[in-house]
Design a protein around this ligand. Structure first.
Ligand code: PXP
Length: 248
């Protein structure tokens, strides 16, 4: 069965848009723990959260609260920095996914260059594995990066599906072929194979052509869908409360 990791970063994005400077306000919403629990009820297999260096959405405390409340494996996305390695050792998530991070980017833009920094990543992977986490590398579906991920001791790779998601119909079949080849190589090297980024309700079925996938990590599209799907009920509830206005 293909597993689903639900990335709830953008629940925190919405909260930060209003409460970044007053996170301890009793009014701070949406409640990321409530969102995590809703994902659990929906059948999520794991919860993914990315604490960025600039703390633009998820905070360390969010990960603690969600981890303790949800009881599902946590997939902690992070850049390979000493600050984040320290955080991962404190949080002891089930999985760590190493991602590239660039302060100006709106979202993760490409895969991690594992081949270009094998020595430092081998050390990071070793420390994280000693801390009890399984380690995944978020990489483009390129042979060099997949080989390097195996060489540095990663347990898994997460194939970056952003190019697939953003390509037009003509280029899509090429992207699927790249993902297929990447998944086959990763599997042959003994790596677990996951995929993520840009996957949505419209394109997810196309990934069924990619073999060996264990888990898809999906965030933006699920959070977006939940806002639209929940708007009607949210407005009805507010109207219900306002309906009790005594007049005058
Ligand atoms: N996987 C990784 C490594 C990511 O960085 C992200 C985005 O934070 C995702 C999956 C989820 O991508 P999306 O929000 O586009 O579903």
């Amino acid at each position: 069965m293909l597993k689903l990791g639900v990335n709830i970063d953008h629940v925190a994005t919405l909260r930060q848009a209003r409460y970044a400077t007053m996170l301890d306000s009793p009014n701070a919403e949406p409640d990321i723990v409530a969102a995590g629990l809703a994902a659990v009820r929906g059948g999520a297999d794991s919860i993914t959260m990315h604490v960025r260096g600039d703390r633009r959405h998820v905070q360390e405390e969010d990960v603690v609260l969600v981890r303790d409340a949800c009881g599902l494996p946590i997939n902690f996305e992070m850049a390979s920095t000493s600050e984040m390695v320290g955080m991962a050792l404190r949080l002891a998530p089930d999985f760590v996914c190493l991602v590239p991070e660039n302060r100006k980017e709106v979202t993760t833009e490409g895969g991690l260059d594992v081949a270009g920094q094998k020595e430092s990543l081998r050390a990071t992977v070793g420390v994280l594995r000693e801390g009890g986490s399984q380690v995944s590398m978020f990489i483009d579906p390129e042979e060099e990066q997949i080989q390097a991920s195996a060489e540095v001791g990663a347990d898994m790779i997460e194939l970056h599906t952003g190019c697939f998601a953003n390509s037009d119909k003509d280029k899509k079949s090429r992207e699927i072929m790249r993902l297929q080849a990447g998944a086959r190589l990763g599997n042959a090297l003994g790596l677990g194979v996951n995929a993520g980024h840009g996957i949505n309700y419209g394109n997810v079925r196309e990934l069924f052509e990619v073999p060996h996938l264990k888990e898809l990590n999906i965030g933006h599209s699920i959070v977006s869908r939940s806002i639209v799907a929940g708007m009607e009920e949210a407005v009805r509830e507010m109207m219900g409360i306002m309906g009790a206005y005594p007049g005058g």
